[in-house]
Design a protein around this ligand. Structure first.
Ligand code: ASP
Length: 344
């Protein structure tokens, strides 16, 4: 940069006494932030016990604080996203890692993706069964392979070769997910009215995907998403979570986004990239772009779910067209927000 390009505007500002107001958002080395979700869906107060609600709020807080500390100490958004997601993958509360939903064959197939907004590098894995932390496998694909997406046994093998933690498939099982699968299968068998009565229940069984978007002190954005997909999924079904541009997207020029919801609709709406594109090509704010994509695109197709995202200035979006989404945000000042219901 030429000196005069910097000095002249600075002198003008001093002379005119117009230093930037405190309200004005400026990306300085102190601007950073992190936002997470733990799935969106029919989260209603009437279906929630105080204990369950407290457990979710506590786990969201624990997870986001891990990432916040990394960012506060000058760590990268990539590390913050990875370590934050680990906490949620380790918790049976969420549909990711331990506690993931079951397929029709009573197996667990995990999907995850990660994108680095500085380099636009990305990695993803789909349908893996033995990787304790699928988000780390997605990052490894990005860093240590010449590919973007690996699937099935090959992806499990790659993770093992890379030295990632491998567990027996049983590690991921929980009784609660087994009961949910039984209920969904029973409704499927009965069909008709019973099936529609169970439809709401069934829809809820896919929720609990986890995701994180972060901005670090160097102005770098990252996003990651990790899930078990949908209860009773068949034929090695893969949702939006491991698809770059649908479930996850990050670009330093715009924003970092992680999505959760009915994957088929999120793939068709190319949700995460579309939010970035609206910002890049139309100059929209992250909130406006997220609102349009969730309420006008996804909803019009008949899909539901939500997104969390952060832009290159630290502005945050937490948008959903469902009654709730487990979510949390911490800004550079350390202010924490944890929410479940849409109307909070
Ligand atoms: N999007 C995930 C999928 O379709 C599920 C979810 O986020 O709830 O696999």
């Amino acid at each position: 940069m030429q000196i005069k390009n910097f000095v002249f505007p600075f002198l003008m500002m001093v002379m005119l006494g117009c230093a930037p107001s405190k309200k004005e958002k400026i990306t300085t080395s102190e601007t950073f932030g992190i936002v997470i979700h733990g799935g969106a869906g029919t989260l209603l107060r009437k279906n929630m016990t105080p204990e369950k609600e407290a457990a979710y709020r506590e786990k969201l807080t624990e997870a986001i604080q891990v990432g916040y500390e990394i960012l506060k100490n000058g760590g990268s958004s990539q590390e913050a996203v990875e370590k934050t997601i680990h906490v949620m993958e380790d918790s049976p509360l969420f549909n990711a890692g331990k506690g993931a939903v079951l397929t029709a064959e009573e197996t667990i197939e995990l999907d995850a993706s990660f994108m680095n907004g500085e380099t636009l590098d990305a990695g993803a894995i789909a349908g893996v069964r033995t990787i304790k932390h699928p988000i780390s496998a997605a990052i490894k694909v990005m860093e240590s392979s010449s590919h973007v997406m690996l699937s099935g046994q090959g992806a499990d093998q790659f993770a093992a070769e890379q030295g990632l933690e491998i567990v027996a498939p049983e590690y991921f099982y929980t009784e609660q997910r087994k009961e949910a699968l039984n209920r969904v299968k029973e409704a499927e068998r009965k069909g008709g009215e019973s099936a529609s009565l169970e439809q709401e229940f069934l829809k809820n069984q896919r929720y609990g995907t986890v995701g994180c978007a972060a901005l670090d002190k160097n102005g770098n954005l990252s996003a990651g998403t990790s899930t078990g997909g949908m209860t009773n999924k068949k034929w090695n079904r893969i949702g939006d979570a491991p698809i770059i541009g649908a479930g996850t997207y990050a670009n330093n020029a715009t924003c970092a986004i992680s999505a959760t919801g009915w994957g088929e609709f999120f793939i068709r709406s190319v949700v995460a990239h579309d939010i970035s594109a609206l910002m890049e090509y139309k100059g929209l704010s992250i909130q406006e772009a997220a609102r349009i994509v969730i309420h006008e695109k996804v909803a019009k197709l008949g899909g539901d779910g939500g997104v969390v995202g952060i832009d290159h200035q630290g502005n945050v979006a937490m948008e959903m067209n469902t009654p709730g989404m487990y979510r949390a945000h911490i800004n550079s000042m350390g202010n924490l927000t944890v929410k479940i219901y849409k109307d909070e």
